[in-house]
Design a protein around this ligand. Structure first.
Ligand code: CP
Length: 315
């Protein structure tokens, strides 16, 4: 670790410089390939893992990743903390900062409240998903792309489905790589928020990437490298429109998409609902790398934790 001790927080992927982003992705891919070996970069650290909402991958990834890096863990479930009996979010964060080095949290709190816990002198905060963004998912996905394609520059990715927190994090990261073409096909009324779209467009202007969002499935590209989708019922959300399934139905990922781009791989952040956003034939078929993505959550989590605690990573 650096001296004095580093406590960097990851609330949004925009907390990473371009060099940091490439370094964390490269490090995750190195972990996935088994290259760093038995690094104990977090030996002596205490990592809190606080999930007030359901999670299989992210919680397991950060717990397993922290243990592999030599840290000890304190785990909190949804009913464990006094925040449930009215203790303020601010006081909860202050107490964490006195006893932990890192808190990995999926709380349902607005991102700003989570950000208020960050303390550069005492506590790293990792956003394990908020309504606004799912930054560690995008880092996992870029790690998977790096491992699969050797790099991210110039890739052509089509995201099909809701413009949710995973789509937001993908938009904010893919647009920072030169030559990337990121296309979203989102149901009308379920697209990216204005804030995310404007930030991603700014990244694209600066880097030389491109991003386009449409609300139909017409004129799909014929040279896609990746078809990507997520569950229609994003964790922790519900849809006000009773007929939302009718709006989403044309956006199901089926084998027909491969008639457009036969060499494309399929990605899904999981959990999946076969028969909703994707057919079982695609999710369980030969082009799917969804389980590699799931495993890469752990490799990428290790890279995130190392970055948070000031490890020197190479872009
Ligand atoms: N993709 C993802 O975040 O999975 P979990 O909700 O299981 O953590």
């Amino acid at each position: 670790m650096g001296t004095p001790e580093q406590h960097r927080s990851l609330l949004s992927t925009d907390d990473l410089t371009d060099a940091d982003l490439r370094a964390v992705v490269n490090r995750g891919a190195d972990h996935a390939a088994g290259r760093p070996g038995g690094t104990r970069a977090l030996a002596g650290d205490i990592v809190g893992v606080y999930f007030r909402m359901t999670s299989t991958r992210t919680r397991t990834a950060f717990s397993s990743g922290a243990l592999r890096l030599g840290a000890q863990i304190v785990a909190y479930g949804p009913d464990d903390l006094q925040i449930n009996t009215g203790e303020s979010s601010e006081d909860t964060g202050r107490v964490f900062a006195r006893m932990l080095d890192v808190i990995v949290a999926r709380t349902g709190l607005p991102q700003q409240e989570l950000a208020a816990w960050a303390d550069p002198e005492r506590l790293c905060v990792v956003n394990a998903m908020t309504a606004e963004e799912h930054p560690t998912q995008a880092l996992t996905d870029l790690t998977t792309l790096k491992s699969r394609f050797g790099g991210i520059d110039g890739l052509r990715v089509v995201y099909v489905g809701e413009g949710n927190n995973t789509a937001a994090a993908l938009a904010l990261t893919l647009t920072r790589f030169p030559g990337v073409r990121f296309e979203l096909r989102t149901p009308s009324g379920y697209g990216l928020t204005k804030d995310i779209r404007e930030r991603a467009e700014e990244h694209a202007r600066r880097s030389g990437a491109s991003m386009v969002e449409r609300h139909d499935m017409d004129a799909l590209p014929h040279d896609t490298d990746v078809w990507y989708t997520t569950r229609w019922q994003t964790t922790g959300t519900s849809k006000p429109d009773a007929n939302w399934r009718d709006v989403f139905a044309p956006f199901q990922v089926t084998r027909q998409l491969w008639e457009h781009s036969p060499k494309a791989v399929f990605m899904h952040d999981l959990p999946a609902h076969r028969g909703d956003e994707v057919t079982a034939e695609v999710l369980d078929g030969p082009t799917s790398i969804a389980l590699d993505q799931a495993e890469n959550k752990m490799h990428s989590a290790m890279a995130v934790l190392e970055w948070c605690r000031g490890a020197e990573l190479t872009a």
